[in-house]
Design a binder for this molecule. Structure first.
Ligand SMILES: Cc1cc2nc3c(=O)[nH]c(=O)nc-3n(C[C@H](O)[C@H](O)[C@H](O)COP(=O)(O)OP(=O)(O)OC[C@H]3O[C@@H](n4cnc5c(N)ncnc54)[C@H](O)[C@@H]3O)c2cc1C
Length: 491
């Protein structure tokens, strides 16, 4: 990457990172949540959280070729979920190829995750459904709600009895103090929530001492950071040409709620697969996102900050007939950190995603197995019919050292074409035991500090088998119920 560091974008505004994400609506496997429960988080098993996923959802089964498991979907909730339309011919081939290998069509948010499906997206009639638009804007006139934009929290006020009492924040250049009548809930995301906690004296003792923040509660805040790993630019050529529509056609399509401009990328279909590295039966560890007509190299240059010479290896082949597979590792073992650089809230924290660092090397082996699987997929009858070929060019840094396409070559190449997937979790990990690094309990209360909770992606204990936005909504729905029970509110 340029400057030898990855980009770590975050949304800033009402709607947070859902203002700029890729709109994929995915919940993960039931095993993910049963694992949360097994780690001592009672109330977070799949059977417990499924009603909260459904509660948010307004599912629209608008794709004739999709298998929709309706008992797993909600209707009438604030969050619109629909399929991108129309389906590209190349995507249909991707589905056929997966079926040849035993991965049948499924509902990727239904009973069985292993299999293939069109993506489900937070798109309403072609427009982005961010969380601000879906959840907050419709209730802005409530008497018990005040939304103050252009506000930046700098610290939580915590008294000597270790009780959160309110916040300090800045608004248009002035500092304000706000008192909490009941409690403080921090929902600033996996990077900013640990930053705010640490600035407020809740964090690893040694680290806070080094930075000069007075310690209130010694907790492993920011000491874990899992992210999915994504291999970019696995690009293929084919003889199936799908003309790229003109801008005028694209705008017309968009006004009808379909086509390229009605999705965040050219994402069409998704497959969930299991590599030999994952030993739990029926538990996918590999997601392949299918993006028809390769025009992703520009995005990689600008968003992912690839160095020119690395970006060149995946530079677009004929964009009307090529396609791309994004290979995502779902259960990464490598863990990074979020650390303060300064006691000033206006200095960005240090984010170290520490990709491909697990001592047993499981992540890089899974990445290699993912490449082998993609090659197997491309050898199916379905893909052979369209003469599909891997078009990635050699990475010169690896080619001189290792035989092209050998295992050693790929182990080297993977380190150039892999990045974190913008799905950071676990920096304020939910779990019962602070001595093992847990930060909040199963009620999302910060261990050892009263009247303070965290509710966002940072509490997700381990990487799940899915993109994480839908899980954040589920956490929000569940927290709302926890609060209603605690404060005896009927709604
Ligand atoms: C490029 C990209 C693509 C992605 N694509 C997908 C996808 O397709 N599907 C998916 O499921 N997930 C995707 N994700 C991930 C997903 O969108 C996020 O993980 C999710 O939105 C996180 O929600 P959150 O509530 O934890 O935090 P955020 O949504 O980040 O919300 C945090 C909020 O807190 C505010 N904030 C932070 N610090 C302060 C402060 N000091 N004071 C006041 N406010 C503060 C921020 O402005 C923001 O509004 C993507 C992420 C990125 C970056």
């Amino acid at each position: 990457m340029k400057e030898n560091r990855c980009a770590y974008p975050r949304g800033k505004g009402v709607g947070g990172t859902s203002l700029l994400n890729a709109l994929i609506y995915a919940r993960g496997a039931s095993i993910d949540f049963d694992n949360w429960c097994a780690k001592g988080n009672s109330g977070w098993c799949y059977k417990d959280v499924l009603p909260y996923f459904k509660m948010s959802e307004d599912f629209h089964n608008n794709a004739p070729d999709a298998v929709a498991d309706m008992q797993y979907h909600g209707k009438g909730g604030p969050l619109y979920v629909s399929y991108p339309e129309p389906r590209s011919e190349q995507c249909k081939v991707f589905f056929q190829a997966s079926e040849e290998l035993g991965y049948n069509k499924t509902d990727c948010n239904g009973a069985h995750l292993l299999g293939v499906s069109p993506y489900q997206l937070n798109v309403k009639n072609g427009k982005r459904q961010d969380s601000g638009t879906a959840f907050l804007k419709p209730v802005l006139d409530r008497q018990n709600l005040k939304v103050l934009t252009e506000s930046f929290v700098t610290r939580i006020i915590i008294n000597e009895a270790k009780e959160a009492q309110g916040l300090i924040f800045t608004h248009k250049g002035k500092a304000y103090k706000v008192a909490a009548s009941k409690e403080v809930i921090v929902s600033a995301g996996s990077i900013s929530s640990p930053q705010i906690l640490m600035l407020s004296g809740i964090g690893p003792r040694k680290h806070l001492q080094e930075i000069g923040v007075p310690i209130i509660q010694n907790l492993e805040v920011g000491s874990q950071l899992y992210d999915h790993l994504q291999m970019y630019g696995i690009t293929f050529s084919s003889n199936l040409s799908e003309p790229v529509p003109s801008l005028r056609e694209q705008v017309e399509n968009y006004l009808h709620g379909v086509g390229r401009l009605s999705t965040a990328l050219t994402q069409q279909g998704v497959g969930y697969y299991q590599t030999p590295v994952e030993k739990t039966p029926n538990y996918p560890d590999l997601e392949i996102g299918f993006y028809h007509s390769n025009d992703t190299s520009y995005a990689l240059h600008t968003v992912q900050k690839w160095k020119e010479d690395v970006a060149r290896v995946i530079a677009a082949v004929d964009s009307s007939s090529s396609f791309t597979m994004y290979l995502t590792l779902l259960h990464t073992k490598s863990s990074g950190t979020v650390r303060l650089q300064s006691s000033s809230p206006f200095v960005y924290p240090l984010i170290d995603s520490n990709c491909l660092s697990d001592p047993e090397g499981k992540d890089i082996e899974t990445a290699y197995q993912a490449i082998l699987f993609a090659k197997k997929l491309i050898k199916t009858k379905a893909f052979r019919r369209i003469d599909a070929k891997l078009e990635i060019k050699p990475i010169k840094q690896c080619l001189g050292k290792y035989k092209y396409m050998s295992r050693k070559y790929w182990y080297c190449a993977i380190r150039y074409i892999t990045g974190h997937d913008n799905h950071p979790v676990a920096s304020c990990r939910m779990g019962p035991d602070p001595s093992l690094g847990d930060v909040v309990d199963a009620q999302l209360r910060v261990h050892g500090v009263k009247k303070l909770r965290v509710a966002d992606a940072s509490v997700i204990p381990v990487s799940t088998s899915a993109h994480i936005n839908a899980i954040c909504y589920m956490i929000g729905e569940k927290l709302a119920d926890l609060l209603k029970i605690e404060y005896k509110v009927n709604a």
